[in-house]
Design a protein around this ligand. Structure first.
Ligand SMILES: Nc1ccn([C@@H]2O[C@H](COP(=O)(O)OP(=O)(O)OP(=O)(O)O)[C@@H](O)[C@H]2O)c(=O)n1
Ligand SMILES: C[C@](O)(CO)[C@H](O)COP(=O)(O)O
Length: 226
């Protein structure tokens, strides 16, 4: 096993959730989504530090949760885009460590998968992903242009883990060249770096739209049964 620091982007506005507040404040079984996510890292002895990118005006709310935790927490101000929030977090991570980047909106990641991704990151980049299950169509103006062969298509998740110095460099180059990616691995790939895929889990959903709250509740109910 390898020790790591986790950067958790948690400064979004949850527009697709339709919430009038940060969707990470919404509760699943009476506990905020972000509290479920933080709990996984706070109870992992290999997690050395949590870097939380938030909107400064929400700091008091987050501190209500993190003040109960034992893992050291560093706050940074998030940006208008997820990439900016992650970049702000990377700037405070020691360069010679393994950094895990994990969406605050993914509360169901399993610890053993965290460890697999951290281990894989010793050789370069590594992400959790799952194979596509549906047929994929490329669509233009509501018409199918083509069916995309899905044998090699995977859905990227988080965590995404890297040598901290290397992924910070990728973010800095992306700022210089005005390159935006929807995940961090895409910036690493853009630099021509290798990224390994670790098989994730279909439970590791990102709480994005209202029905994800139903799926999340069902996942927790199933875990309570185990
Ligand atoms: N400027 C942003 C945007 C997103 N995030 C975080 O990145 C994760 C994944 O982003 P997403 O699910 O897209 O969250 P939102 O941006 O809040 O959602 P939406 O696009 O629907 O507004 C979330 O934990 C979110 O809080 C962030 O830290 N800073
Ligand atoms: C990083 C990510 O979760 C990988 O699937 C996804 O790209 C985040 O996208 P979002 O639109 O910022 O939620």
């Amino acid at each position: 096993m390898v020790a790591y620091t986790v950067v958790i982007p948690a400064a979004g506005r949850g527009k697709r959730m339709g919430a009038d507040a940060n969707k990470l404040m919404l509760t699943l079984r009476d506990k905020p989504i972000i509290a479920w996510t933080l709990q996984t890292f706070d109870t992992d002895p290999w997690c050395e530090r949590i870097v939380l990118a938030i909107r400064p005006e929400e700091r008091d709310w987050f501190e209500e949760i993190t003040s109960q935790m034992k893992t050291p927490v560093t706050y940074v101000a998030g940006g208008e885009e997820r990439q900016q929030s992650v970049h702000a977090g990377l700037k405070v991570v020691a360069p010679d460590t393994i950094v895990m980047i994990h969406d605050g909106a993914r509360p169901f990641v399993k610890r053993e998968q965290l460890h697999q991704v951290a281990e894989a990151a010793r050789q370069g980049g590594a992400i959790l992903a799952v194979p596509v299950k549906d047929t994929v169509k490329q669509v233009e103006d509501h018409h199918i242009e083509r069916t995309v062969p899905r044998e090699n298509l995977w859905l990227a998740q988080t965590p995404q883990a890297f040598q901290a110095k290397a992924i910070l460099t990728a973010h800095e180059r992306a700022v210089e060249q005005q390159v935006m990616g929807t995940d961090d691995a895409s910036l690493f790939e853009w630099l021509g770096e290798s990224v390994q895929v670790v098989l994730g889990d279909y439970h590791n959903i990102k709480m994005t739209t209202p029905e994800d709250l139903l799926f999340g509740d069902a996942i927790l109910a199933k875990e309570e049964l185990q």
